[in-house]
Write a protein that binds this ligand. Sequence first.
Ligand SMILES: C[S@@+](CC[C@H](N)C(=O)[O-])C[C@H]1O[C@@H](n2cnc3c(N)ncnc32)[C@H](O)[C@@H]1O
Length: 254
Amino acid sequence: MEAKNIDLRGFKFIETADGSLTLYNPIFDETYHSKTAGAVRESLEKFVYPSLILEKAKSQKSIVILEVGFGLGYNAAVAITELLKVNPNLKITYWGLDLIVNPLIEKLSLPQPYGEIYELLKHRLLKEKKLQFSEGNLEFNLILGDATKTIKGLNIKADAIFHDAFSPQKNPQLWSLEFFKEEKRNIKPEGFWVSFSVAKKVRQNLLKLGFKLFNVKPVGRRAPSTAASLNPPERLNEYLTPLEEKELKKLLKG
Ligand SMILES: C[S@@+](CC[C@H](N)C(=O)[O-])C[C@H]1O[C@@H](n2cnc3c(N)ncnc32)[C@H](O)[C@@H]1O
């Protein structure tokens, strides 16, 4: 879908807890980020830190990220900036999937240190209309279209999958077992799938596919979020706690 064909009526800018702005999407009747966690804080604490990519960036030469729901590009800008802070020579390959490039991102900005990469992404996507580009050690690819279809053409091995669709209630097709199978095909065994959801069905689908589950330290609410890996390393970080036996039993019971 071309950006210029989107009906922007009903989209609203909303301030989140850390002062960063997000958007309300009237089609899905949901905001792009948690108002109570704060948009930038959510990127860091629900996606970047629990995915263990910063730890891996210290010893690996390259990191591959797949984001389902590129949205406003916040997770991308935050992750790329944080990775380059840890290892300025790192080769980063970023794959984003979304229905559209939302033209309203032109009006959004991110605080430093994320502003620089965010402005670069916006410039390439909106001004130059490039969905694929290389910049230094960054290779960026945004694939537009329904992710249930576009993911089938993807054949990568990601260190992290940022699963950032709208909620399972509003966006169920991106939380199905079939969709998770496609994500499993595109992740390294030791890679981490991370998402804001703690829904039972979501966790059960991940378990069915052989993922080991982790609670991610809550941010902006009482409930944790979810991280999952097929073959997690022994050394985790403070954001990740393996599910307790009783939580697992409850999930397996149905
Ligand atoms: C919660 S927002 C993502 C926020 C984003 N990760 C960020 O950092 O700004 C969810 C995104 O999923 C996208 N989406 C919803 N259904 C989709 C589908 N079937 N295929 C691809 N993208 C979809 C929406 O367009 C929206 O941009």
